[in-house]
Design a protein around this ligand. Structure first.
Ligand code: PMP
Length: 344
């Protein structure tokens, strides 16, 4: 039994303090030590619990939010779920404006957590009054006492990780971390965590993971948004077609781009080799590590921390479905889910 077993007053007390778990098998023949910060251990199963709690509590502290007020955001993803969860406990109304592209499962998950969901047409431009951005903005203006989280353009997204994820990793590695590898979407995770770690030791190398089809890596290198970099891709939560102000590009040493297919296979491999059932972007993050190993980035003294942002259960009908993988042209017999399926 763990020494620190205790009773919690509510589920929010379990946010953060996620485990750092050594990767032992998938890293065979790699130089150095590799540790995963497994954010699926948050009660909402993702790293976004941290920013939802932090941003909401900052608004409370500043007197902006009072019980019964409304919290608004534009996401059907992890952030939406985390905001809904925090709102349940704290007694806020939660409104999420989501794209009609969002799966029915995701919308039902949010509604289960008490969120009111506005489903907005996917194929309209961002400035169309029906787009989820505009719907959220309008509701924010109309509803008195509402807070718009706006995670891509909210500095508090960075602060949440500066105050929690960074110090946890520093403590868990006893200050010995040499590399931080993290996916970049809003950029809050990598920027806040890196800011804290580099303040402790400026030599910690910070490497962001970006998707093919996203502008972040090229923007980091050129400071220009190249529209040719933008095309559809499948990994959700990683990369972007605009430049979020929640990303501190100066603190990131470099970006690595990963493909949809390699990231999907790598996520499946993490489950098989380490027993960790993690999401698509965790596969992407470790795929980035594999590419960095090939480039000779690490040596025997490297202590590499990789952030695994969420849990695999959200991707059952995607990367953990053999049918989905096959439809994408990603099938390969070595990595199929369930090596054997025996039906009586
Ligand atoms: N992985 C997943 C699954 C996510 O939902 C997000 C958030 N968009 C990220 C990674 C990237 O985190 P951040 O937004 O902090 O850059």
């Amino acid at each position: 039994m763990r020494e620190d077993l205790q009773v919690y007053n509510n589920v929010l007390q379990l946010i953060g303090d996620t485990p750092l778990i050594k990767l032992n098998h998938i890293t065979e023949n790699f130089k150095g030590d590799y540790y995963a910060k497994v954010e699926a251990f948050n009660p909402g199963h993702s790293t976004k619990d941290r920013i939802a709690l932090y941003i909401i509590e900052e608004a409370e502290r500043k007197g902006i939010l009072k019980p019964g007020d409304t919290i608004i955001e534009t996401t059907s993803g992890n952030t939406g779920f985390s905001i809904a969860m925090v709102s349940v406990i704290k007694g806020y109304d939660c409104i999420l404006a989501v794209s009609s592209k969002s799966s029915g499962d995701k919308i039902d998950m949010l509604r289960t957590m008490g969120a009111k969901v506005y489903v907005c047409p996917a194929h309209v431009s961002a400035d169309d009054p029906r787009s989820y951005y505009q719907v959220a903005k309008r509701l924010h203006q109309e509803i008195k006492g509402s807070v718009y989280i706006n995670q891509y353009f909210n500095e508090l997204n960075i602060d949440a990780h500066y105050k929690t994820t960074g110090p946890e990793i520093w403590k868990q590695t006893e200050g010995k971390i040499t590399h931080l590898i993290a996916c970049s979407g809003t950029g809050g995770t990598i920027s806040g965590t890196a800011r804290f770690l580099k303040e402790q030791n400026p030599d910690v190398k910070v490497i962001g993971i970006d998707a093919y089809g996203s502008v972040l890596k090229k923007y980091h290198e050129t400071k220009e948004l190249d529209p040719d970099e933008i095309y559809p891709y499948r990994i959700e939560g990683l990369g972007k077609n605009l430049i979020p102000t929640a990303t501190d590009f100066d603190i990131i040493d470099k970006f690595v781009k990963v493909s949809d297919e390699a990231s999907a296979h790598t996520a499946r491999n993490i489950a098989r080799t380490e027993g960790l059932f993690v999401g698509y972007t965790s596969g992407a993050a470790f795929q980035g590590v594999k590419q960095l190993v090939e480039e000779g980035e690490f040596d025997e003294d490297s202590k590499v921390v990789i952030i695994f942002p969420d849990h695999g259960s959200r991707y059952m009908s995607k990367i953990y479905s053999d049918d989905w993988m096959h439809e994408q042209g990603f099938s390969d017999s070595e990595n199929n889910v369930g090596a054997e399926k025996i039906e009586y």
